[in-house]
Design a protein around this ligand. Sequence first.
Ligand code: RP5
Length: 159
Amino acid sequence: MPDPVPAPEVAHLWQALESDGPLVGILMGSESDREVMQKGADELEERGITFEMQALSAHRDPRGVAEYASTAALRGLRVIIAGAGKAAALPGVVAAYTELPVIGVPIKTSDLGGMDSLLSIVQMPPGVPVACMAINGARNAAIFAAKILAQGPPAAAEM
Ligand code: RP5
């Protein structure tokens, strides 16, 4: 299978393409995360920010995650919000495959109360940042995404 990661020298150009598609992608590791992540979707809806939302697991469908993240900018997305619980790899894996800002939402869990999710998301290695929200902080993730979008599209000179 060919490497889905765009070459660094062209990846930034994708962000310059015009698109009528959604600006924010909301991912979650499982359908069981939807109730929490819906609060983020509701916040974006109230603000009139277009988004798409789907369950995609870094562990159960790693190729799907790689394809989603590596084509996200080309499709016009500007920010990705990723919620996951337990060994919450999703936000970090998404960040590994895109230059877009990634906002992670640790989902509260029954076994460890969400500390597992929080530590999995927040402890990213240098060079691959994820903006980690509070446990179940999907609404803040949406507000943070709105703040990023409010900065406007990247100027051509910055790309
Ligand atoms: C994580 O495992 C998901 O993000 C979810 O929070 C948790 C449990 O997933 P399910 O077993 O309910 O699908 O990957």
